[in-house]
Design a protein around this ligand. Structure first.
Ligand code: C5P
Ligand code: C5P
Length: 441
């Protein structure tokens, strides 16, 4: 993939100086950090550019871009792989730096497409890592943008198993890695980490201040203690208690892992906390704040903290809604049809949290559904130990649901018309039940 990035960088350098560039990027942490890395790079090259942060690359949006931006050079970051058919008809010079699953396709000369899936070698890469490698090809001085690349990796959970390329990016950065309990944030008091834990949903504890107090009192841990400062004995007690509160049985838990510590605005922070802060701003409708934050604007930091508080309450309320309301459950799946009870922009995060909690048995597929106007936003995740490719799953059923879909093996999503609600449920149930039978055979 590196030679292709080098070629793209050479082509980029040949572009006339006065050409305006349009950056279109995805609204989650990976997309925002990708946009920030490219924005800084372009600024340093003295280029004129505009940025658009979007929830999804819908057909209507692409039509609008095609009409409105005829002459611009366009960069698609953290998206685009699922829209090649439409992009083929653009006459602009286009760079797509993306990591979503895709098929190999013959593309016209004006499109430079960089996606690790085309090169078989490093499939688990964040878009921010790809954009960073591109930025470093443009100018070695851009090495200081590696912290943003790591933040994007953490946002997409790529940092859990670091490949060689990702480890090298980590080495470029000044991010510190420490082993610890994967509750977050590791740099804030344990009581807050438990109350707003978005790694695991712990019934009776997540979202409940009194639940947290009771739990900590029962095992004798000071509620103000910072997670990173817990002793081994305290960690062990906490892990045992969390296991008992979730599955109610011994489970092999991946509850201890690497914690990434990043210096941000002169304070050492848990990268997951920052990643969530960025996500919170975007998902509550403030992608501009998220971007300014990544670009180092201290006013944005204050605004982001206040949005983050609202977001945490929203997440916890959504998790509790999901826990307390009826779900469609099969042997290997859970469907949470939240309709208008969970925001369409939050359902993905809620589904991710439930999948990485220990509420359902190993291998369970979690499907979240939430209304978005006359459409339904669907997010699918899987808990550990299931080899199913979720992007392929959606691809298989898309003939019936006719949605706009995409994603990865571990996380995929789609948007369908509301009238397809029942058809989607019936079809995915059938597909997953067949899958369960195949696994048993
Ligand atoms: O569009 P994008 O690839 O950036 O979004 C990835 C989404 O999938 C994020 O919400 C991320 O948290 C989630 N994810 C996950 N498990 C993985 C990889 C990604 O839940 N193993
Ligand atoms: O939206 P959600 O977080 O559930 O998306 C999971 C993954 O699927 C993300 O990587 C997202 O970019 C991708 N996706 C996509 N096309 C869609 C919906 C989601 O590529 N229409």
């Amino acid at each position: 993939m590196i030679p292709a990035i080098k070629r793209a960088a050479v082509e980029f350098k040949e572009i006339e100086k006065d050409k305006t560039i349009l950056i279109i990027s995805h609204y989650d942490t990976d997309g925002i950090t990708s946009a920030a890395i490219l924005a800084k790079t372009l600024q340093r090259e003295d280029k004129k550019f505009n940025i658009r942060i979007v929830k999804q690359l819908e057909r209507e949006l692409l039509d609008e871009i095609k009409k409105e931006f005829r002459k611009e050079i366009i960069f698609f970051l953290d998206l685009g792989s699922g829209s090649l058919d439409i992009l083929k008809n653009f006459s602009n010079k286009i760079f797509i730096l993306d990591h979503h699953e895709c098929k190999e396709e013959k593309l016209p000369e004006n499109i430079k497409f960089i996606n690790p899936h085309l090169f078989n070698e490093e499939t688990e890469m964040s878009a921010s890592a790809i954009v960073y490698l591109f930025a470093k090809e443009i100018n070695k001085e851009n090495k200081d943008l590696s912290n943003l690349a790591v933040l994007g990796m953490v946002g997409d959970m790529v940092e859990r198993e670091l490949s060689r390329v990702n480890s090298n990016i980590l080495k470029d950065s000044d991010v510190m890695v420490k082993k610890g309990l994967l509750l977050f944030s590791a740099t804030r008091p344990i009581s807050r980490a438990l109350e707003y834990s978005s790694e695991f949903f712990i019934p009776g504890v997540t979202g409940s201040s009194s639940g947290v107090t009771n739990l900590l009192r029962s095992i004798g841990i000071d509620r103000q203690k910072i997670l990173l400062d817990l002793t081994e004995e305290e960690i062990s007690k906490l892990v045992t208690t969390i296991i008992l509160k979730t599955m109610g049985q011994e489970e092999k838990l991946n509850i201890i892992g690497n914690i990434y510590l990043i210096k941000f605005f002169n304070r050492v922070e848990d990268a997951r906390e920052l990643s969530t802060l960025i996500n919170a701003c975007s998902r509550l409708g403030y992608p501009d704040v998220a971007l300014s934050l990544c670009l180092g604007n201290s006013k944005a930091r204050m605004k982001a903290e206040s949005i983050y508080n609202t977001y945490k309450h929203e997440i916890v309320a959504s998790l509790n809604w999901a826990e307390q309301n009826e779900k469609l459950q099969g042997d290997n799946y859970v469907i949470i049809n939240a309709k208008s009870n969970i925001k369409d922009t939050i359902i993905g995060t809620v589904t991710s949290i439930i999948a990485s909690s220990f509420l359902y048995k190993e291998g369970t597929i979690i499907v979240g559904m939430a209304y978005r106007g006359d459409k339904i936003k669907i997010s699918i995740r899987k808990s550990r130990g299931n080899k199913i490719n979720l992007q392929n799953l959606l691809s298989n059923i898309n003939k019936v649901i006719n949605g706009e879909f995409g994603g990865h093996a571990n996380a995929a999503g789609c948007l369908i018309d509301k009238e397809k609600e029942q058809t989607f449920i019936d079809t995915i149930k059938k597909e997953l039940e067949t899958e369960a039978i195949q696994i048993k055979v």
